[in-house]
Every structure is written in C-alpha cells, then in structure tokens.
Design a protein around this ligand. Structure first.
Ligand SMILES: *Cc1c(COP(=O)(O)O)cnc(C)c1O
Length: 403
C-alpha cells in the first residue's frame, strides 16, 4: 500500500477512532518551543503537549539519553529489573517524600495503581468496610474506568455500564463539606493539588491543610494526583512541596517523561508493602528506554536554576496576559501557579475559549483550553524569553481578530 502524499487530516477521519477532533495542521518537526507543520508554517508552542514537553521539543539532554539507551537495551519486562529504572526510582525518592516507586506508562495507570494500593491497604489493615474514595467535582484523573469514575466529570464516566463503586464527589475547596462527609469508612481522599483540566483551580491553604488533618483523623490516605502539576510545573519539583502538605501517595506522569510515555506512583515503604508480589503489575512499566529519558528529564528539571526559571517565566506570562487584558478586556482572572496558567474569560467572553485557541492556531500559536471558559498555558519550563514575547504578540493579534 502506498499513501503517496496523502498523509493529511482527512485520513484521520478515515482510519482513526473518532474520539478526538484534532486541528487541521499536522506538525512534523519541533525544536525547543517552536513547531513546524507539513507546509513549513512555524508555531510557538505554549501548549507543551498538555504539560508534557517540559523541556520543549528534542532537548539535547533527552536526545542524548534516548540515543544512548536505544543502542543498549529497550525492553525486558519486569521479570528482570534494569539500571535506568533503578536510577530513576532512586532519584524520585531523593527528591520527594517517597521511599518506594511503582512505574507505569501513563498518568491514568499511575492513578490506577494509587487507588488499588489504597483499597488493598484499607482491606488489609482496617477491613472491608473502609472502601470509600472521596474525590472532587471537576477533578481529572485519567481515562481508565476506575480513574474516570473517581474523576469528577460525568461526561467522561457515564455511559459505559456499571462503575467501580463507593466513590463520592465533593466540592473542591469546600472545607465544611469535606468535614461533614468524611468518616472512618473513608479509605482515601484523591485530589489534584491544583486542578488542571477542571479550569486551573488552586486549593486554598486552609483546604489543603484541612484535607491532611481530616485524613489523619479518620485514618484515610491522602493521594495527590500530580500528573499535571508535577516535575517542576508549578516551580517546585512537586506541587505538594509548595503547599506544605505531604500526601501518602503521589502519582506523576506527563512531564516526568518530557514526551516519552511513563508514569509513576510514589509512596512510603509502610504502604507499599501491601502491593505484594503478584498483586499489581505492568509489562512495559519501568522499561529501560522510558526510564533513561525520564532520568535525563529529572536531572535537568530538578536543578534549582530550572525551578527558579519557572517562577521568572510565570511573571513574564502574567505581565503579558495582563497587558493583553488591559487592551481587550477579555479575562476576569489570570490564575494558576508556575507554568500551569489559566486565563479565565470574563462574562462577555463566556464559552469562547475554543475561539481563542482556533484564532491562535491561525496566527501561529499553539495553546490549550481547560473547559469552555479558561485559556490554558502549559509551555516548556525552559521556553526562551523571546519565544514568550513572540507568542504573546501572536495571542494579541489572534484576540484582535475575533473581537
Ligand atoms: C493528564 C492527567 C491524567 C491522565 O494522564 P494520562 O497520561 O493521559 O493517562 C491524570 N491526572 C491528571 C491531573 C492529568 O492532568
């Protein structure tokens, strides 16, 4: 079969399951925070592949790591361990509260492991009644059936038949609501330490602190889903470090691999022991190729100057977005932390986040939305100042074109 020049957007509709609606253009090359499509059009990348490409595209440290490992060993399965996985696990334990690591291939799988660990721990230590999982409305934890059930959006979880049971959804940031509901039956509270997909919503200090206190009081585990916030995104290596609230279990993915699929669940020795031999697993999880790349990513991102740089870049984004807002009066609030930024549209612009995204695409700028009313920015953590300025100038023109 020959495709000739026919690899174009139309082919998507012909051969792909229609659960996505990708943009018209097809990128073929990226370098740093710039991307080029099939026609050679250039884009500035403020999307970073949804908070994944934390070092931009084709970062030399990642290219070196993948080339090096590609010539040594790609895959073994967990019948054997391997050097990159052990080195990466060691680094993750040094950089966080965790003492033990389980590797998976995605954020959803890391969360699946976290939820199964919580349930198994509760069954082992407290008995079968302690099975309730509390999560929050507008939360997002992935697309496996357990994680989508724990996520707080019916549009993603309904219509697939009976769901895993005993999951309760409460309002994020509602301290009293949580106090009123949580009990000794609660096995775990799962939350994002800054809601990403749900609209870039930070927890109040009081909420974060109270969740920890209530989990302690009722012997429930606190699971932080740091799939989006982790690996430098908020200016701390993990967001919990900036909040001053330490979870019992943490999931990490997206920026961990910087573009190669990998996820991990981090926890303590005390909890990890409940996932005994044979109770959980993954064929690919912890494969040497992915771990070698993730190790290179962690080495660069964990440098103090990289994390400091995130905070500097946040200020450039905030100042730029405020300037755009002063001109066009379109945002009600610029929120988020580090390079996980949401520009919430004001009353007049309700429902138009996607219009901003489409107009930006036409002006050579890739960005994201978080729901219908928030424009989301998750660029590379090392994006250059020049790329930030050029991208913001494109955003300015894009907004002018739809006003
Ligand atoms: C993206 C995301 C996930 C799912 O990760 P996948 O790699 O797509 O499975 C889970 N939780 C949060 C907070 C996310 O942002």
């Amino acid at each position: 079969m020959t495709l000739g020049n026919k690899v174009e957007r139309g082919l998507f509709d012909e051969v792909m399951v229609p659960c996505y609606n990708p943009m018209e253009m097809i990128p073929v090359k990226g370098e740093g925070s710039r991307v080029w499509d099939q026609q050679g059009n250039e884009y500035i990348d403020f999307a970073g592949g949804i908070a994944v490409s934390c070092l931009g595209h084709c970062h030399p440290a990642m290219v070196a790591a993948i080339n090096d490992q590609a010539q040594k060993l790609w895959h073994l399965s967990n019948v054997m361990t391997n050097e990159p996985a052990l080195r990466l696990a060691k680094k993750l334990t040094e950089i966080s509260f965790a003492e033990k690591v389980f590797f998976a291939n995605s954020g959803a799988e890391a969360n699946e492991a976290a939820l199964k660990l919580a349930r198994r721990w509760a069954a082992d230590v407290h008995g079968p009644e302690k099975s309730e999982i509390i999560a929050f409305k507008q939360g997002f934890h992935g697309r496996t059936f357990f994680t989508v059930t724990v996520g707080g959006q019916a549009a993603y979880s309904d219509g697939f038949g009976p769901k895993p049971g005993d999951v309760t959804h409460l309002e994020y940031n509602d301290v009293e609501g949580l106090k009123a509901h949580i009990s000794d039956r609660t096995c775990a509270v799962m939350m994002e330490p800054l809601q990403g997909e749900g609209g870039i919503v930070s927890p109040s200090d009081e909420f974060a602190k109270t969740v920890r206190e209530l989990c302690d009081k009722h012997n429930a585990l606190l699971i932080f889903d740091e799939v989006q916030t982790g690996n430098g995104r908020t200016g701390d290596f993990y967001a919990y470090q900036g909040l001053g609230v330490t979870p019992d279990v943490l999931s990490t993915a997206k920026s961990l691999g910087g573009g190669i699929p990998i996820g991990a669940m981090l926890t303590t020795t005390e909890l990890a022991k409940h996932l005994k031999i044979g109770t959980h697993g993954s064929t690919y999880g912890g494969n040497p190729l992915a771990c070698a790349v993730a190790e290179a990513v962690v080495d660069v991102v964990s440098k103090p100057e990289t994390l400091e740089g995130v905070k500097e870049r946040e200020q450039l984004f905030r100042a730029g977005l405020e300037a755009i807002n002063a001109k066009y009066n379109i945002f009600s609030e610029i929120r988020g932390k580090g390079l996980l930024i949401g520009a919430a549209l004001n009353d007049e612009w309700q429902g138009r986040a996607r219009d901003v995204l489409v107009a930006s695409g036409k002006h050579g700028l890739m960005l994201l939305v978080a729901g219908a009313n928030v424009v989301r920015f998750t660029p590379s953590l090392v994006i250059s100042k020049q790329d930030i300025e050029e991208g913001l100038a494109k955003l300015d023109k894009a907004i002018a074109s739809i006003i």
